[in-house]
Design a protein. Structure first.
Length: 270
């Protein structure tokens, strides 16, 4: 697979948007219908017939007649030839499968085009609420066609924060009083809420993967925010092991304030 392939970004972004909309419609059509579901891997992650069907559709739409862009999906066998590719599609057919199987609304189709380890185009579609998030590097981020922006300011007092319970408990011990946002089962959608300013900050626990993050990462950055490790390091995608530690997303000023807070020794083990 060539590593110097030139890709028309706007063309591929349009292709991505069309594919994700179609994938969302398929997932929506199967939602709350009788589905076979099972668990996979050591973590016993849930998967359903719908995850597989959406994965197949996305792969057909995104890779047809184009072998210059590699593929990484939660529901596909990992082909490590992707590591030699400049461009790779990174896909989560249904992010929030537990919610999907349970008939809850907070799940989404998430897909991104990554170049040399960073996302350059990303789509996130929540079919139940009909929210379509879209971003292209250097062109801003939108929700249903309208520009979005991360919440401004640096204040942590009364900030709206979404995070796993164990991290919220530890934050509450050292941070000013803040508002705990309702649980969002889809991590990608949780981070999209940061990009649109509904949440002031979002934290990902220590077992997220490329497919959970890539599209939402671009949304947050194009909306004027930042998504990094607690050490302030941006996420690099398409590595041999596509798994990541604890991450924090927020508008840039609040993100900087959170990183300063996270330097507290009581959070050093996060």
């Amino acid at each position: 697979m060539p590593v110097t392939e030139v890709v028309d970004l706007d063309q591929q972004a349009a292709r991505l948007a069309e594919a994700v909309r179609e994938a969302g419609a398929l997932a929506r059509s199967m939602f709350k219908t009788p589905l076979k579901n099972w668990t996979k891997g050591e973590a016993l992650s849930p998967v359903s017939d719908a995850d597989i069907a959406v994965d197949v559709l996305l792969r057909e739409r995104l890779t047809a007649n184009n072998d210059s862009i590699a593929w990484l999906s939660e529901e596909s066998v990992d082909d490590l030839a992707r590591l030699d590719a400049r461009f790779v599609w990174i896909v989560d057919p249904i992010d929030g499968t537990r919610a999907y199987i349970a008939g809850l609304p907070d799940w989404a189709v998430s897909a991104a085009l990554v170049e040399n380890g960073r996302p350059v185009a990303g789509c996130l579609y929540a079919p139940v609420s009909d929210e379509f998030f879209f971003a292209v590097a250097g062109q801003g981020a939108t929700r249903n066609g309208a520009a979005i922006a991360a919440a401004p300011g640096a204040a942590l007092a009364q900030a709206r924060i979404a995070a796993p319970r164990r991290l919220l408990d530890r934050l509450q011990a050292i941070a000013p009083p803040f508002s705990v946002m309702p649980r969002t089962h889809s991590l990608a959608l949780r981070l999209a809420r940061v990009a649109e300013g509904t949440f002031d900050a979002g934290i990902a626990g220590g077992n997220s993967h490329d497919w959970d993050l890539a599209a939402a990462d671009l949304l947050v950055h194009e909306a004027g925010g930042a998504l990094t490790s607690f050490a302030g390091v941006a996420v690099t995608y398409n590595r041999p092991v596509p798994r990541h530690g604890t991450l924090v997303a927020a508008g840039r000023e609040r993100h900087a304030a959170l990183l300063e807070l996270f330097r507290d020794e009581r959070l050093a083990s996060l």
